[in-house]
Design a protein around this ligand. Structure first.
Ligand SMILES: NC(=O)c1ccc[n+]([C@@H]2O[C@H](COP(=O)([O-])OP(=O)(O)OC[C@H]3O[C@@H](n4cnc5c(N)ncnc54)[C@H](OP(=O)(O)O)[C@@H]3O)[C@@H](O)[C@H]2O)c1
Length: 293
């Protein structure tokens, strides 16, 4: 039987956004044991995918590769031994085997979750990395407790909106920052009690220094005097058990309604390079950036 073809982004060299090239003659992969073939409708664009594409990240995929891990779509077929989902199910993923910037992708069964009817595919593509990272930071690493206060820098992006919604669900007092009035409103509409503009002088000069997009200088005496902790978070290190716990909590959010991904700019698959440029270079985040197929 002749192989089926699909459109997908293929990266053959590391570099700027232009290395994200659309190919229309990629072979649709076949699911193996415990794998699921998904017809992709939307795929989340995450900053880490730009670092990996640039070749500057600690983990480098073997070339050529197709980026993207957070897809939402419909199960096309399943491999042998799959019981959690079946053909026709609406699903989202938290990891994939063959790359999500594509019309079809393969995911391991344990990274595939049913997408509730209340969420559309673009929202489904905004769950994986953003919500699982927010949960890891707030619960597994931050050990947040109801009544505590959290400051979310960059509350208007994919992880930030997720962190605002999650923080409120956990009973926290939530301060969020964004770089525009629209972004601040987004934070307020998604759970923040107060919002600040991190592009204004003053108080924000201090908080602008925090985060993974720049250097930070810390005076150990300040940390000591407040018995403060500085904790790094990497979603990649989450164990299967931690992911199951996280998924259970997030599912409750989808069912009860507090988990509502805010989708911002949408780009067709052939504009993936533009999406990579904009997620890093265009200030004024307004929710999750997704590709649609
Ligand atoms: N450790 C992990 O496992 C992990 C997992 C996921 C994400 N991350 C990291 O978390 C960050 C956010 O990811 P995301 O998907 O939410 O990205 P995003 O959707 O692009 O959102 C970026 C957010 O950061 C704000 N921002 C931009 N420049 C800023 C600055 N200089 N100071 C403070 N805020 C700034 C943006 O607001 P304005 O555009 O309005 O300025 C926006 O709210 C990225 O650095 C990403 O690499 C880490």
């Amino acid at each position: 039987m002749a192989a089926r073809m699909m459109r997908a982004i293929s990266v053959t060299e590391f570099g700027g956004p232009s290395v994200l090239r659309l190919c229309s003659d990629m072979i649709v992969p076949q699911p193996r044991h415990k794998q699921v073939l998904i017809r992709v409708h939307a795929c989340g664009v995450n900053p880490v995918e730009t670092y990996i594409r640039a070749g500057t990240y600690a983990r480098k995929p073997t070339l050529p590769y197709t980026p993207g891990t957070d897809v939402a779509g419909v199960v096309e077929t399943v491999g042998e031994g799959v019981t959690a989902v079946k053909a026709g199910d609406r699903v989202f993923t938290t990891g994939i085997e063959s790359g999500g910037y594509a019309e079809y992708t393969i995911a391991a069964e344990d990274c595939v979750y049913k997408l509730p009817d209340t969420l559309d595919f673009t929202q489904g593509a905004a769950i994986g990395i953003p919500y699982f990272t927010a949960y890891r930071a707030l619960v597994h690493k931050g050990h947040s407790k109801p009544g505590e206060t959290v400051l979310i820098h960059g509350a208007s992006g994919g992880v930030g909106v997720a962190a605002c919604q999650l923080s409120r669900a956990l009973g926290l007092r939530v301060f969020g920052t964004a770089g525009t009035p629209g972004g601040m409103n987004l934070a307020l509409n998604n759970g923040a009690h107060m919002a600040f503009n991190h592009r204004e002088d003053g108080y924000t000069d201090k908080i602008m220094a925090v985060g993974s997009r720049g250097q930070i200088e810390i005076n150990p005496r300040d940390v000591m005097a407040k018995e403060s902790s500085v904790i790094g978070v990497v979603l990649f290190f989450a164990t299967p058990e931690e992911k199951r716990e996280c998924a259970a909590f997030l599912y409750t959010g989808m069912e009860t309604g507090w988990l509502r991904p805010a989708v911002g700019s949408q780009y067709p698959l052939d504009k993936a390079a533009q999406a990579h440029h904009d997620i890093i270079e265009s200030p004024g985040a307004a929710g999750k950036i997704v590709l649609t197929m």
